[in-house]
Structures are given as structure tokens and as C-alpha cells.
Design a protein around this ligand. Structure first.
Ligand code: ATP
Ligand code: MG
Length: 573
């Protein structure tokens, strides 16, 4: 991707798509004097999610590639659902993703005066009227896909009367919902959006930016096209559900005879085992199903950031899924592949024992500590090595020992020798149990001092290498393991009669409160990312970590299901 004021960081080379084809054609035809100007228009009624990231990457990416510009515009026309805190989170998230709007941070609410003026212009042209029907009556008059609508009895009010009433609507003389301003288009249109849509409604609610200045607010379809026009947007890129609104988009701009951007629709992102609708995400937050918008299980940008995702991995994912008109369900395994690929390259390896089992090396001198060399990243030797302390008492993973091993269990069992990573071969000689419960509480092992560094000079082989930490040096920490938040691949399938919340995975979070980390992690700062050997990728939690408490989130497991899916797909070809 070309660098410009719009874009920082690196992403893979963008692939061609139908939107780029349209823009290239427009430039060839010298439309807009070759200018390319896009916008990302979030409504500040929730936090951004991975679906928005697709739109952000597309809009900012196109601007960067064509030496154009991309505005950040808040579509804040609905005061009852919108809040300043959402504005702040959106700004933080777009910036974190690596995009820069060059100071062009705009608000539809900044255009309320202009929008009002344009509405008056439509009234004067005889193209808009004040309607006294209530919401239910308007719906009853609208007709259906197969039946035309019926005209409102107020449709033919004289212009002067409309101007007077609209002015009084603005002045706050009427109750919420008692009147609307409607475009006068065609109640028999095959497109229901063209059947005299409401363009202004009365809503006596304070707005987070304009406070009590207004008690009438423009509808999205009216505000959006005009905002695009005011900002000189050349290509207004939106999702497919607005395709049927495009005639209305065009109608407003044509009737007002103002600059006319081109609306282009693409298919929204759907991701398996995930819901991507702010309305539904809000239900999860308000119902206490998750700890907040930035819960690491949420598909929000802030949740993904807290989970340990990188901006690069998200941009890379958005590039890989491409842009099309047809809706599809993207496999979440592809998303996980993208973060693994990124973290594999950049994250230092460390040893952390999640479910500790005490091991005493009976032939190791009491009170002695050795500093052993450990490789920070075998994928990147430039990341160097670090020292890891080894001593008489260690922790290994409970799962790495079986007193009565099943077939193909190659890890530690009584009498068997295994390698401790970067350290020595050890052999289990005794198993200590809790007398009452029979639970294994401690292992006694011997070590072979000839195998220092993890290799045997006599070529003796072992079948397993375990991670471990020295008990005296270990840092206690909390580790949170996550599974997908939903059990069904398509939890909000419209054909499904059950509420999407019924598909929530009851085991989506497992908290391990007494994990043991190697001492190098004592200085790990919130947000830093690691690969825990044999356990996956982890990120220091930015919310719950404090001086006294170190909390990790598992970003991804090491197992790569996407690679397996691809391999299987190749195999069947
Ligand atoms: P939601 O359905 O989650 O409430 P929205 O479309 O109402 O989303 P907006 O804030 O209006 O949310 O969206 C801002 C921009 O992001 C719009 O241009 C919208 O088309 C785009 N967008 C929203 N969801 C997705 C998605 N899943 N995939 C791609 N683009 C999306
Ligand atoms: Mg919306």
C-alpha cells in the first residue's frame, strides 16, 4: 500500500476488486477531475467491530491507493441512541487500526442548519410536505411489495402552509411523533423507499453535540447523501442493504441540484461463531453476558485489541477476505490464522505453567540456581536469547504427567525420562500423593547433569520436551483462556427461531488463577504479547493488570485449524 497522509503501517498489496474497477473507470473518464474522496461514516451508537474494520480498510485503503482522501464522519442524527463515549472509542479504534483522516473529523450534526435549509428548499419546490399521520398510520399507508401505497391526506398541502408548519415543528410547538416532514415522490413506486419517505421527525431529546438546539432531526437517508455532497465525497461506499436506498440517495441530490457523489454497495462481513450487529452486541453488554464492550470475547476492535490482536493482523485479514457483492460467512479460523501468522513472527517465547505440578529434583544441590540460555524466537534469531533460572524445585504442567499413561502418551510417567526445555533430562522416580484425595501433589525426579542445555552426549533420545519454571523464581499470574462466544457457526441465522443469546457458549471463559511464569515476565507491560511455549499466544491484559496482579489473555492457541482446512480442501481437489 502506498504511504500518504492517510495511512501508516504496512499491509499486503491490495487486490483488485469491483469497487477499484469502478473508481479506475471514473478516473479514466475524468469524473470529479480525477479526484478520489471517500469517508467512513459510523453512527456513534456503539463500539466498532470487525465488520466496521472491513469498511475502514476499504475506504481508507482506496484513498491511500488513489492519492485521495478519506473523512471520518459521525452519522449522529439519532440523539436517543448516541453518546460522546462512543465517539471517543471510535476515534481511538480507527487510529489504532493505523488510519489517519488528516483532521477531517466531521459530524452530520454540524450540518443540521444546512440540512434544514435543504428541507425548506424541497418544500418550496413542492417536493416535500408536512404530514400529520402518526407512525402507525404512515406504515399502514405505505403498502407492501405487491401493493402500492396510499397517499397521505396531507400530501397536497400548499407550500406556504408546509413552510409554516415545518417552522413550527422546529420551534417545538408539536409533540414527538405528531407530525413529520415527508418527501413527495411516488406512493405507487415499486421501491418502498420511494413512497414518500419521512425526512424529518420531531424528537424532543438532547443531542450529545447540539444539546437542546434542535427538536427535529433529519432521517439517515436525507442526512447521509447531503453530508456526502457537502464534503465533496466522490465515492460513497456502503453495505448492500443500502442498494434499495440508492434511488432515494440520487433523488435528493438531483432535486436539490447539488454535487452528486456515487454510491457503491458491497457485502458486509459475516464471521462464523460471531454476531456483528451493534444492537446485538449491546444486548450482550447490557445483559451481563460479557464484561463490557472491550471484553476479549467481543468481536469489537477494543475487545480484539485487549485479546491481543494486532492492527496488522486485522488489516491483513480484511485484505484477504476481499470485497464482493455477494454475502458470505467468513470462517473465523481464517481470522485466527492471520493473528497467529503475525504473532509467530514477532512474539518472544516464554515459559509459563498454567496448571502447576511441583517437581523436586532430588539429586540437584540444595540452594543452587543456574542461569540457562533460552532462545527468544526460533523464527527470528535476531531476537536473541535470555537467561532462565533452574533450581531444585520446579513446576511443570499437571497435564504433562500421568501415573497411568494411555497409549501414545509420551510425556512424563513413573520411570520415564523427558527433556526440560533448555535445561536437562529428568526421570520420574517417585510420585507423592495427597493421602485423602489420592491426588498427585508432587513428583520426585532425578536429573542428568551431562544433558545440560537439553541434549544428551551419548545420543540417548527422549520423546517429549516439557516447559517448566523454577519455583523459587516464578511469578504468580492469572491466565484467561477463551473459546468462541457462540456454539453455532451462524448464531444469528434469520431462519433460527431461537434468540441468538441461547447459543452462547457457557465455557467461553476459563480463568486459571494460580499460574506460574518465568521471572522475565515480571516486567511485562500491559498490552505486550508473548508465545507461551506449547500453550499459544498471550497478551498482558490492559484492564485488570496492576502492580500486584499480572493477568494474561490467550489471544490464540498454537493449533492452526485454518491450515488444516486449506490442506483438506487441497487434498480433495
Ligand atoms: P451494525 O449493523 O453493527 O449496527 P451499522 O451498519 O448500523 O452496523 P454504522 O455505524 O452505521 O453501523 O456503520 C458504519 C459503516 O460501517 C457503514 O458504512 C456500514 O455499512 C459499515 N459496516 C457496518 N457493519 C459492517 C460489516 N459487518 N461489514 C462491512 N461493513 C460494515
Ligand atoms: Mg447503521
Amino acid at each position: 500500500m502506498k504511504s500518504s497522509e492517510e495511512m501508516t503501517g504496512s499491509s499486503p498489496v491490495p487486490s483488485a476488486n469491483f469497487i477499484r474497477d469502478i473508481i479506475t473507470e471514473d478516473i479514466k473518464a475524468d469524473k470529479n477531475s480525477g479526484r478520489v474522496h471517500t469517508r467512513f461514516p459510523p453512527e456513534p451508537n456503539g463500539y466498532l467491530h470487525i465488520g466496521h474494520a472491513k469498511s475502514i480498510c476499504l475506504n481508507f485503503g482506496i484513498a491511500a491507493d488513489y492519492n485521495g482522501r478519506c473523512n471520518l464522519r459521525f452519522d449522529d442524527t439519532n440523539p436517543t441512541k448516541e453518546e460522546a463515549k462512543y465517539v471517543e472509542s471510535i476515534i481511538e479504534d480507527v487510529r489504532w487500526l493505523g488510519f489517519d483522516w488528516g483532521g477531517r473529523e466531521y459530524y452530520a450534526s454540524d450540518y443540521f442548519d444546512l440540512l434544514y435549509g435543504y428541507a425548506v428548499q424541497l418544500i418550496k419546490k413542492g417536493k416535500a410536505y408536512v404530514c400529520d399521520l402518526g407512525a402507525v398510520e404512515i406504515r399502514d399507508h405505505r403498502g407492501t411489495l405487491t401493493e402500492p401505497g396510499r397517499e397521505s391526506p396531507y400530501r397536497n398541502r400548499p407550500v406556504e402552509e408546509n413552510l409554516g408548519l415545518f417552522d413550527r415543528m422546529r420551534a417545538g410547538e408539536f409533540e414527538d411523533g405528531s407530525r413529520t416532514l415527508r418527501a413527495k415522490i411516488d406512493m405507487a413506486s415499486g421501491n418502498i423507499n420511494m413512497r414518500d419517505p419521512v425526512i424529518y421527525r420531531i424528537q424532543k431529546a438532547a443531542h450529545h453535540r447540539t444539546a437542546d438546539k434542535w427538536c427535529i432531526y433529519p432521517m439517515y437517508d436525507f442526512a447521509h447523501c447531503i453530508s456526502d455532497s457537502i464534503e465533496g465525497i466522490t465515492h460513497s461506499i456502503c453495505t448492500m442493504e443500502f442498494e434499495d436506498h440508492r434511488p432515494l440517495y440520487d433523488w435528493f441530490l438531483d432535486e436539490l441540484e447539488i454535487f452528486h457523489p456515487r454510491q457503491i454497495e458491497f457485502a458486509r462481513l459475516n464471521l462464523s461463531y460471531t454476531v456483528l450487529s451493534k444492537r446485538k452486541l449491546l444486548q450482550l453488554v447490557e445483559g451481563g453476558y460479557v464484561a463490557g464492550w472491550d471484553d476479549p470475547r467481543m468481536p469489537t476492535i477494543s475487545g480484539l485489541r485487549r485479546l491481543g490482536y494486532t492492527p496488522e493482523s486485522i488489516r491483513n485479514f480484511c485484505e484477504r477476505i476481499g470485497v464482493a457483492k455477494r454475502t458470505s460467512l467468513v470462517d473465523v479460523a481464517l481470522f485466527e490464522y492471520c493473528i497467529r501468522e503475525d504473532l509467530n513472527k514477532r512474539s518472544p517465547r516464554v515459559m509459563v505453567v498454567l496448571r502447576p505440578l511441583k517437581v523436586v529434583i532430588i539429586n540437584y544441590p540444595e540452594g543452587r540456581t543456574e542461569e540457562l540460555d533460552a532462545v527468544n524466537n526460533p523464527e527470528d534469531r535476531d531476537m536473541g536469547t535470555r537467561k532462565v533460572p533452574f533450581s531444585k524445585v520446579l513446576y511443570i504442567e499437571k497435564d504433562d504427567f500421568r501415573e497411568d499413561p494411555p497409549k501414545k502418551f509420551y510425556r512424563l510417567t513413573p520411570g520415564r525420562e523427558v527433556r526440560l526445555r533448555y535445561a536437562y533430562y529428568i526421570k520420574c522416580v517417585d510420585v507423592i500423593k495427597d493421602e485423602e484425595t489420592g491426588e498427585v501433589t508432587e513428583l520426585h525426579c532425578t536429573y542428568d547433569h551431562e544433558t545440560k542445555g537439553g541434549d544428551s552426549p551419548d545420543g540417548r533420545k527422549v520423546k517429549a520436551t516439557l516447559h517448566w519454571v523454577s519455583a523459587a523464581d516464578a511469578i504468580g499470574c492469572e491466565v484467561r483462556l477463551y473459546e468462541h462466544l457462540f456454539l453455532k457457526p451462524n448464531p444469528d441465522d434469520p431462519k433460527d427461531e431461537a434468540d441468538f443469546k441461547e447459543h452462547i457458549n457457557p465455557n467461553s471463559l476459563e480463568t486459571l488463577a494460580s499460574c506460574m511464569a518465568e521471572p522475565s515476565l515480571a516486567i511485562a507491560s500491559p498490552g505486550s504479547r508473548f508465545q507461551f511455549e506449547r500453550q499459544g499466544y498471550f497478551c498482558v491484559d490492559t484492564v485488570d493488570t496492576s502492580q500486584k496482579r499480572l493477568v494474561f489473555n490467550r489471544t490464540a492457541t498454537l493449533r492452526d485449524t485454518w491450515a488444516r482446512i486449506e490442506k483438506a480442501a487441497r487434498g480433495t481437489k
